[in-house]
Design a protein around this ligand. Structure first.
Ligand code: TGC
Ligand code: FAD
Length: 392
């Protein structure tokens, strides 16, 4: 028996949002409550991505929401963050899909693409008519993508790509893959390519047996002598900095998104603890040890909201650094996972059942902790920023 979500706002956080920001948040919230919450447990059980929501999400302006033109909604970064919060309150897998489509595929096309590439892909991707994936990680290079083996070599005016990518969200449902490769003829400079997934030599196969992000598609990609015209190169890309710039966009959305998952867990635990009675017919919420858990959760969520909002305001004023984003991603995912574990505990045996969303969030957040830079990598990014010493 899942509970209807109640807003989580301990310190009047809503009052420091603008009217537009609240409107965007509430619109996304309604969409998730009406369309995702009723089906997400079934999707999670079946290991099914709810593809039927893609077009409606496009109509709502959720794809490339903070980009301008090309049919995109042109939201501020704070508004975009509040959308990802609501997505992940529903499920990390749905937020993941939106992050990849928006931050990891539309953003690089928008930032590094030619006018022809932008015209071809962005309007269709904004509507959800075309889907994308982002291939950076390889079987042997996760935290250290600079070691990648995927290579591009020139052949006349064409490029030939060879390599393997692993753990790629939306890989087998994508129409286009952004593939990062080292350029054999440019001293191994990392550059990005737009690879239509129908190109001969490109193959995507799904990863099965996942206990996490079950409502999201995760794939391996194989590229064997994939021949591409010169127009497939993202002309503005150059160096590892290019994919890392894309990661900043996605990590920023995850910082907010993790708060959504945490809010869902906290709200479930609070409502459950007020309803469930043990000892002298008292609600378990009356026990000090249960209150301690709830107080920890709401405190950490509140601190996380303020952190994400400040990082969003910095991003909107062009003053954000990637280390600020690392702090939001690292902190908010860590506290969300702890909220999920505490909420699971508060629900007792019911905590392990998919009658409630808590265990699903907990398992999803294990992936969120790892992808887009592990907890450890973000610790070292912050460490480098404050000491000036890279400890990778
Ligand atoms: P390093 O030498 O430090 O940096 C190379 C160049 O990049 C610059 N830079 C950045 N620029 C923009 N944004 C960032 N976040 C940047 N971090 C570094 C840096 O200044 C340098 O510039 P330049 O001009 O000197 O060339 O590179 P490194 O090889 O030592 O690696 C640094 C490290 C470890 C931090 C980086 O590789 C890293 O972040 N590793 C984690 C990998 C990762 O996050 N992978 C994610 C894959 S995608 C994914 O998981 C999608 S999940 C689905 C979803 O989003 O929901
Ligand atoms: P490793 O790098 O092998 O790390 C293993 C452990 O070692 C971690 O605890 C890590 O913190 C630690 N470690 C590594 N290096 C250091 C160090 N220098 N100091 C201290 N500790 C260290 N990638 C994409 O490109 N596109 C996608 O769409 C995508 N989607 C994903 C979806 C899912 C569900 C998952 C699980 C992953 C996805 N990834 C994707 C891959 C993800 O980005 C990587 O898993 C992540 O970067 C970590 O790499 P790894 O798994 O190889 O772990």
């Amino acid at each position: 028996m899942a509970f209807k979500f109640k807003n989580v706002d301990f310190i009047g956080f809503d009052a420091i949002l603008s009217e537009d920001e609240r409107l965007v948040r509430d619109t996304a919230r309604r969409f998730i409550d009406d369309n995702l919450i009723p089906i997400i447990e079934e999707c999670n059980r079946e290991g099914r991505f709810p593809r039927e929501l893609v077009k409606p999400m496009g109509e709502m302006g959720f794809f490339g929401a903070n980009l301008h033109g090309y049919g995109c909604a042109g939201m501020s970064n704070v508004e975009y963050g509040l959308v990802t919060q609501e997505m992940e309150r529903g499920d990390s897998g749905i937020r993941s899909f939106v992050s990849v489509q928006s931050a990891l595929v539309m953003y690089p096309i928008y930032t590094f693409g030619s006018d022809e590439q932008k015209d071809e892909w962005l309007p269709a991707m904004a509507k959800g008519e075309k889907l994308g994936c982002f291939g950076l990680t390889e079987p042997d290079f996760g935290s250290n993508p600079g070691g990648m083996r995927t290579r591009a070599r020139r052949d006349g005016t064409d490029y030939i790509l060879n390599g393997e990518k692993m753990w790629i969200t939306s890989g087998s449902i994508a129409d286009v893959a952004v593939i990062w490769a080292k350029m054999e003829d440019e001293n191994d400079l990392v550059r990005g390519f737009l690879v239509p997934t129908k190109t001969p030599g490109f193959r995507a196969y799904d990863v099965h047996g996942k206990w996490s992000l079950r409502a999201s598609v995760t794939s391996g990609l194989s590229l064997q002598d994939v021949r591409l015209p010169a127009s497939a190169l993202l002309p503005g890309s150059g160096g590892l900095k290019s994919p890392l710039m894309c990661l900043n966009q996605a990590r920023y959305g995850i910082g907010w998104g993790a708060l959504g998952a945490a809010m869902s867990c906290y709200d479930t635990a609070l409502q459950y603890s007020l309803m469930r009675k043990q000892f002298r017919d008292q609600p378990i919420a009356s026990h000090q040890l249960v209150q301690e858990k709830l107080a920890w959760m709401i405190t950490e969520i509140t601190k996380g909201q303020l952190l994400s909002l400040q990082v969003g305001r910095l991003k909107d004023s062009g003053k954000v650094s990637h280390e600020h984003i690392s702090m939001a991603k690292r902190n908010n995912v860590a506290i969300a996972l702890e909220c999920a574990r505490m909420a699971r505990d508060v629900l007792g045996a019911n905590g392990i059942s998919d009658d409630y969303p808590v265990m699903r969030h907990m398992m999803n957040l294990e992936s969120v902790k790892t992808y887009e830079g592990t907890q450890d990598i973000h610790t070292l990014i912050i460490g480098q920023a404050i000491t000036g010493i890279a400890a990778f």
